[in-house]
Write a protein of this length. Structure first.
Length: 694
């Protein structure tokens, strides 16, 4: 603070010391109420000029409002107008001082300048455990519809709990009254937890928004950010009207027909329009995801990506779009966009841009079963990321390297190359164990994924259990501190399923009281909620989770029926396989097989038809993947075994022959692949099937 400077006389005047401090600072904060002093405006101009030249210091400008007023005092409005219209600089307004404290703390946290532990908990801002502000009255919280509804419900439930408690004290032997009170008390506790998680979610959203509300902003953006800051998402969306923004795009595009100077202005205008649409996407996401919102975000991204490609704008938007598409499981569209992006970066992209595109393209190619293309792009990304990490050692480079290692481990694991999968997974773990210490929020789910991949690469059940439990625990701990995003919740559910599966395998128990049964039920609840809000993204995970639940009940809780879970998984995957065979056919085959196994066990005559259906789908899956590779050989092996079960021996022989040929054609088979080849030959000889070979 300038006020902390020595009062000793300075030959150049004390103001020069203030100016020097401002120029050398990381952050300059200006707070106005009734007056803009001459020296304060001078200091703002010093800071702003330095920011324009060097992108620092970061400038935060705040105006205190009079109570019940939405406008800055008239005495300072000319300066506020100058900030907004001439300098295009975002400023914040406040009435409640706690709102100001919250905003300042979040800005400091976003800049990484918070040397002490800053937490947001139970409506309070804590620094090293000490409350320094209450944020319940901050507009983003007090005007948040969902949070207000939950708090009103909590007040009603609390009043009813007090009434029932008093009645029970007066009538101590009334069991029905006690049950009502206990049930309501449990609802109260759960609602309190929901409120805490919603508040944490709002805090995380504000952190993200505040980070972007800097630099030159359009009038739309400034007003949009102000509404978002106040929790007025509908008002923000009204300001960031997509029809109006794209009408401005058309006007800016018309300028391209004129001179060079107008062309520069046109491109800058289109860049601003693209930023406004991205801000609309943020507001839509913050308001809450549903199928209608997903469809609008998809449409908006398509339009701005087309503008980015046409006018060579920020390539990060393309990666944003493909990440969104991948979350929705629309890998075909993602692949199409990434192929175009690859052409652009190959011609003139930076190393970082190339790495980003190669890494995501490799992942998507793997999902679409283009193994050679996946390996080619992931190898390129790995080499670039490893080189960037050695050159600058930055968090960004390490993150890119870790993601590439994870994707490569996934790729080689698909063909049962366990040693290579473990090598890349181990490196991925090392990287994200280092990075989570830097930023838990950003890297917790990536470390959880790395631990899960380590579990996949292990062959011993106890090793698999060890790593899957670590994966689950990382996000459980993170969830205690903050609200998890949908993507993080999906990873948590996945980790919980792995942990429960291997826990049941190690303990031999999956009864309703079992610890790992409860972990799996937690995963069921998470995917139910995710799939209800966004079915295109999470229906497949719900099916996989329910299939796992049914399998574990079948194997480790024999007194229960798994039919409900297995049928739900079967129905979802049957529908998904009709729309995307490449992605879902093998999962559907496994769902058929699991349900048929249960029907065989209980003597249900539906078992035969389902077994044949599973066998057909496994074969079709293997054929779709080109009839090559260890996973294809295993698909044919599974199909043959199912035909044996229903005594269709000619079909069984045909599939075992395809299985054997597939494994024999692998140039350098792994130990697992040689084992499955051995089993196939042994089964053929045991059943006397070689007479059917052609």
């Amino acid at each position: 603070m300038c006020e902390d400077l020595d009062d000793a006389i300075n030959l150049d005047g004390k103001q020069s010391l203030y100016d020097k401090e401002i120029e050398d600072s990381e952050l300059s904060v200006f707070i106005f109420y009734k007056k803009v002093g001459e020296y304060t405006e001078h200091e703002f101009n010093i800071a702003f000029s330095k920011f324009k030249a060097k992108s620092k210091p970061k400038i935060l400008t705040v105006f205190k409002l009079d109570p019940n007023s939405e406008d800055v005092p008239s005495s300072v409005s000319p300066f506020a107008k100058k900030l907004g219209e001439e300098l295009r600089h975002y400023y914040k307004t406040y009435v409640n001082v706690d709102s100001l404290k919250l905003w300042l703390i979040m800005q400091i946290k976003n800049m990484g300048l918070d040397k002490d532990l800053v937490e947001f908990e139970n409506g309070k801002v804590l620094i090293n455990g000490e409350a320094i502000a209450t944020y319940s009255n901050a507009p983003a919280f007090s005007n948040h519809t969902e949070l207000s509804e939950k708090k009103n419900r909590l007040n009603s439930i609390s009043e009813e709990c007090l009434r029932l408690k008093a009645e029970f004290v007066a009538n101590g032997d009334d069991i029905d009254l006690y049950v009502k009170y206990s049930t309501l008390s449990k609802q109260k506790t759960e609602l309190q937890q929901e409120i805490t998680e919603t508040e944490k979610k709002i805090c995380d959203q504000l952190l993200s928004i505040f980070k972007k509300a800097e630099g030159e902003l359009s009038t739309r953006q400034m007003l949009g950010y102000r509404y978002i800051d106040e929790g007025k998402y509908e008002e923000a969306l009204a300001v960031l009207d997509s029809d109006e923004i794209f009408a401005d795009v058309e006007k800016n595009e018309e300028l391209y027909a004129y001179g060079e100077e107008l062309l520069k202005n046109a491109k800058k205008g289109i860049e601003t329009n693209v930023s406004e649409i991205r801000q609309r996407i943020e507001a839509l996401t913050l308001r809450g995801m549903n199928q209608e919102t997903v469809e609008e975000i998809y449409s908006l991204y398509e339009k701005i990506v087309a503008l980015c490609e046409k006018y060579d704008l920020d390539k990060k938007i393309i990666i944003e779009f493909t990440n969104f598409l991948n979350e929705q499981k629309d890998y075909e569209k993602s692949y199409e966009v990434l192929k175009r992006a690859k052409e652009r970066v190959d011609k003139g992209g930076t190393f970082q841009e190339k790495s980003d595109v190669y890494s995501v393209l490799g992942y998507v190619a793997m999902r679409l079963n283009h193994p050679s293309e996946a390996i080619e792009n992931l190898t390129k990304a790995l080499k670039i990321d490893e080189g960037l990490t050695m050159i600058d050692g930055s968090v960004q480079s390490k993150n890119g390297f870790g993601v590439s290692c994870y994707n490569m481990s996934l790729m080689v694991a698909r063909d049962y190359n366990v040693a290579e999968a473990e090598k890349y997974a181990k490196k991925c773990v090392e990287i994200f164990e280092e990075l989570i210490a830097v930023n838990d929020k950003k890297y917790a789910y990536k470390l959880a994924l790395a631990y899960s991949q380590m579990a996949w690469s292990k062959t011993d059940a106890k090793d698999k259990f060890y790593w899957s439990e670590k994966s689950y625990e990382v996000l459980v701990e993170s969830r205690k501190k903050r609200e998890l995003t949908d993507k993080e919740l999906a990873v948590l559910a996945n980790s919980a399923v792995f942990c429960a599966s291997y826990g049941a395998q190690v303990t031999g128990d999956f009864s309703p009281e079992n610890k790992y049964r409860k972990i799996h039920e937690e995963a069921n609840g998470i995917v139910d909620d995710l799939a209800q809000r966004n079915p295109s993204a999470y229906d497949s995970q719900k099916a996989t989770t329910y299939k796992s639940m049914g399998r574990l009940i079948t194997e480790y809780s024999p007194n229960e029926s798994p039919e409900e879970y297995l049928k739900i998984a079967y129905q979802i995957l049957q529908r998904l396989a009709k729309t995307n065979k490449t992605l879902y056919l093998s999962h559907y085959a496994f769902a058929c097989m699991r349900l048929s196994q249960y029907y065989w066990k209980v003597g249900d005559n539906r078992a035969v038809a389902l077994t044949v259906e599973a066998a057909e789908k496994f074969e079709e899956h293997g054929d779709l993947r080109g009839g090559k590779g260890g996973s294809v050989g295993f698909a044919y092996y599974s199909s043959a075994g199912l035909y044996e079960q229903v005594e269709m021996f000619e079909e069984c022989a045909r599939l075992y022959q395809k299985c054997i040929k597939t494994y024999e054609a692998i140039p350098n088979p792994t130990k697992d692949e040689l084992t499955w080849l051995k089993y196939a030959n042994e089964n053929v000889d045991r059943l006397g099937l070689r007479k059917f070979f052609k």
